[in-house]
Design a protein around this ligand. Structure first.
Ligand code: 5GP
Ligand code: MN
Length: 316
């Protein structure tokens, strides 16, 4: 299947992704935006997303993202990537009003939304899935760079178990365009600012293991974020660092988003299905990486998450 068959002769197309966009979200949204502009030069193509982290400034035309906009506009086609409509944030009314709504995602927790639903949970990333919906002859170095960033971010640089033979084939096709992939991996995935490194150190230092050391949890409060002058985007990678502790099967990281409100990230080594745990609290994700927003104290939230985790570890 080719995406262009679904987009047809639309005069206006918009692309968007989820709130707090991660690398796959930014890479796939921008990759598709650049692709549609090339495939449909006569059409009006727009892109909506929360402001991406600065590391993604290497993606061509990232400044085209509309941050402030009128939600009355009616598009012929609106494409929601890497999420269902409930996580589109401010762009959701635009999706709802569009004449044709297309949803492309790889999250197992997404039932799909809109008129055309392309949900493939076996895909490493939305970017990998998009590659197979694009006409290869229309790709260029800018589109390839964006898609490659999406793939490496959702696979931990082709390392997580969601990496399939197809993922590696797609990555191999993409690097043929000649961009400096090594530099992109370093600058968008591994490199951290000093404060990012400091707050990660603090979170690791204050982490606590429980359930016979099979789980680990840590938290960053609003006061800590103020002290280190960091934003939520600066906390990426902390939960993965916690999971790398020997013997740990499930890592939980939370940061305070409001009074008695926390954004929760979970990672699993494979035994625990963290998407199932997150879905109990209105969130979702993948078996090994999922998240949700929870209300309550830090310790209440740990207790509530622990119930679902303990059942899966046969500790309940
Ligand atoms: P992270 O922990 O990196 O924020 O997210 C891990 C995975 O879970 C990502 O695929 C992300 O899209 C998904 N995820 C995180 N938070 C939520 C949430 O509140 N709802 C849903 N449906 N998915 C989430
Ligand atoms: Mn993704």
């Amino acid at each position: 299947m080719r995406l262009i068959d679904e987009v047809g002769n639309a005069a206006s197309v918009a692309v968007s992704g989820h709130i707090r966009p991660d690398g796959d979200c930014v890479g796939s949204v921008m990759g598709l935006y650049l692709y549609l502009k090339k495939e449909m030069p006569e059409a009006e193509i727009d892109v909506y997303l929360d402001k991406p982290a600065e590391i993604f400034d290497c993606i061509s035309h990232i400044e085209d993202i509309k941050l402030e906009f009128n939600t009355d506009k009616i598009y012929d086609v609106f494409i929601a990537l890497d999420c269902a409509d409930d996580r589109l944030g401010n762009a959701r009314p635009l999706f709802e009003k569009a004449h044709k709504r297309i949803n492309i995602d790889h999250h197992i927790s997404n039932q799909g939304c809109g008129d055309v639903r392309i949900i493939e949970p076996d895909r490493s990333s939305t970017a990998e899935l998009l590659y197979d919906l694009m006409a290869p002859e229309m790709l260029d170095v800018e589109i390839a760079t964006a898609l490659y960033i999406g793939i490496i971010h959702d696979t931990g640089v082709l390392r997580y178990s969601n990496t399939s033979p197809r993922t590696l084939q797609v990555a191999s096709e993409l690097i043929k365009f000649g961009f400096d992939f090594s530099d992109i991996i370093q600058k968008t995935f591994y490199e951290k600012t000093y404060v990012q490194t400091q707050i990660m150190g603090r979170a690791v230092l204050e982490s606590v293991r429980f359930m016979h050391n099979r789980c680990i949890v840590s938290m960053v409060s609003r006061r800590m974020m103020d002290f280190y002058q960091v934003t939520p985007q600066d906390l990426d990678g902390i939960v993965n660092q916690l999971l790398s502790v020997k013997g740990v099967e499930c890592a939980i990281f939370m940061y305070e988003t409001g009074t008695l409100e926390y954004k929760v990230s979970m990672r699993s080594g494979g035994k625990v299905d963290v998407a199932a745990v997150a879905m109990r609290f209105g969130g979702g994700g993948h078996v090994r990486a999922a998240g949700c927003t929870m209300n309550g104290t830090y310790h209440d939230n740990i207790n509530n998450l622990s119930i679902g985790i303990a059942e899966q570890l046969d500790l309940a």
